[in-house]
Design a protein around this ligand. Structure first.
Ligand code: FE2
Ligand code: FE2
Length: 215
């Protein structure tokens, strides 16, 4: 007889959020750019290499889920339509990243992080608060976030198995885009965030990157 799983209220709540997130991911705005890995052939990877690549791409997918939340929150609380538009434009490129990471995870026979709903909701709130403090601070938050993401991506490029040219092509394009988001935020008048805020951002990013590897 099949065992019946008992779903707690929390389970049901997370399922609801998860399906909502699934919808968000499917309907995330994109620029429809082709996947940078599309024309790159798949080199054979050992089981251990495949597992490592999947862990890294799962972290990056979680990061892009968070990016969707942050830009959504920041566009909702932006003070001017120009800022709102800039946040939306960046969000569409993050939507490309999200899809590319998801596709790569699928090719690596792996899955996305179970904690994504948490990062998504948390990021919407953080983004909305950042936007509420004013556009210069909001741009400052974007610039700092994107700079931290670029450093993180370089770490993954160094760690990625050498033969995994498909994941590498995706991460390289992402790193370039994140650099452009940082530069655009800087040009728009980004304020320099206080050091404790930067440290807190690093700490919360660490929490996400470590947990998404395994969960
Ligand atoms: Fe991104
Ligand atoms: Fe970005």
């Amino acid at each position: 007889m099949p065992s019946q799983r008992h779903y707690s209220r929390l389970d049901r709540f997370l399922c609801e959020i998860d399906s909502l997130l699934g919808l968000c991911v499917k309907t995330a705005p994109t620029t429809q750019r082709p996947n940078p890995a599309a024309d790159i052939s798949e080199d054979p990877l050992s089981d251990a290499e495949k597992k490592l690549s999947a862990a890294l791409m799962r972290v990056n997918h979680a990061g892009e889920v968070a990016a969707q939340g942050l830009y959504l929150g920041q566009s909702l609380s932006a003070k001017t339509s120009a800022t709102r538009q800039q946040m939306r434009t960046a969000a569409a490129e993050e939507g490309d990243h999200l899809n590319w990471c998801q596709q790569r995870l699928h090719e690596l026979d792996s899955r996305t992080s179970h904690l994504n709903p948490l990062w998504h909701i948390g990021s919407i709130i953080i983004g909305a608060v950042a936007g509420q403090t004013g556009d210069r601070w909001s741009y400052g938050f974007v610039e700092e976030t994107e700079q931290q993401v670029m450093q993180h991506l370089q770490g993954h490029l160094d760690e990625l198995p050498a033969q995994d040219r498909k994941s590498r092509a995706i991460l390289l394009q992402m790193k370039q885009d994140e650099g452009e988001h940082a530069a655009a935020a800087h040009a728009a008048g980004a304020a320099d965030l206080p050091t404790p805020v930067k440290k807190l951002m690093r700490l919360s990013a660490k929490l996400m990157t470590v947990s998404a590897r395994y969960i």
